[in-house]
Write a protein that binds this ligand. Sequence first.
Ligand SMILES: Nc1ncnc2c1ncn2[C@@H]1O[C@H](COP(=O)(O)OP(=O)(O)O)[C@@H](O)[C@H]1O
Ligand SMILES: [Mg+2]
Length: 312
Amino acid sequence: MSDHDQSTQLAPPAGAAEPGSTKSDPILVVDNVVRHFGGMTAVDVGHLEVQRGVITALIGPNGAGKTTFFNLITGFDRPTAGAHWSFDGSALDKTSASRVARAGMVRTFQLTKALNRMTVMDNMMLGARGQTGENLFLSWLKPLWSNQEKEIRDKALGLLERFKLLDKQDDYAGSLSGGQRKLLEMARALMSDPKMIMLDEPMAGVNPALTQSLLGHIQALRDDGMTVLFVEHDMHMVRHISDWVVVMAEGKLIAEGKAGEVMANPVVIDAYLGAHHDTDLGDDALLEEGSDMEEQLADEVAEEETSREDQA
Ligand SMILES: Nc1ncnc2c1ncn2[C@@H]1O[C@H](COP(=O)(O)OP(=O)(O)O)[C@@H](O)[C@H]1O
Ligand SMILES: [Mg+2]
């Protein structure tokens, strides 16, 4: 899809869209998702729509509430009463994580200690249950899927091939490199045929040599018709692959729009400057520790505009 088609489809108003702006074909619609920890409000999202079939980045300073928000809408945590959210037309509030996954909304998980001690193939087989967390061991013990086992195994082999992990299928997941783990997390999430995949910091701990391949895989998901929602600290990656960017700070949505617009938005710059951004932005980030962030953002925007003009 060309850049032009994207902007027509999303039809943002001139300049940056207001946070919570409507989308032409939202797959996810969230209302009043709030979560307090003690006296602190970690998440307070009034309204959010995620457009179907595009890559949306959720960014914001460390502690903004991004991971908590992911946990809430995927059923791994419970919001305060009054929250509503729907996915692909069905209400998802008050459902369990496994039902959310079965509805087609799947988040990746970092490999836990237990998963590290299992082989790559066994991790894939677990992914087919559309379950993560504590319940997965119960589902593993139940011989529910013996009939389907071959089908599931074939699907796993296909995905492992696509993610270049086929020769690792019998290795322990714990022996994989940082980038290979990320690929496995993604491959495992795809075992349940999600409509939307949610990635929390897919680039964290990834060797730069694998970055490009990971980016390609994420774009391929979108090109296959999947919706992608990801949290990422690496602004270079956000700029490079997002069709749309939503910004969170102190639990609230503060801006959304195209990457270039959002990163030039003074509200967003203030939110990053007001936070401990040195711990927030990863090694690969263009916004390096100790640098003048505002200047860098301005430079990036200028760079982006130049390259757009070149393309036009
Ligand atoms: N289980 C928890 N108990 C208490 N506070 C939490 C818990 N999980 C997250 N928080 C707090 O909620 C805020 C949002 O955290 P988080 O969602 O992890 O932010 P982000 O992913 O944007 O960095 C932070 O202040 C964090 O310390
Ligand atoms: Mg987080």
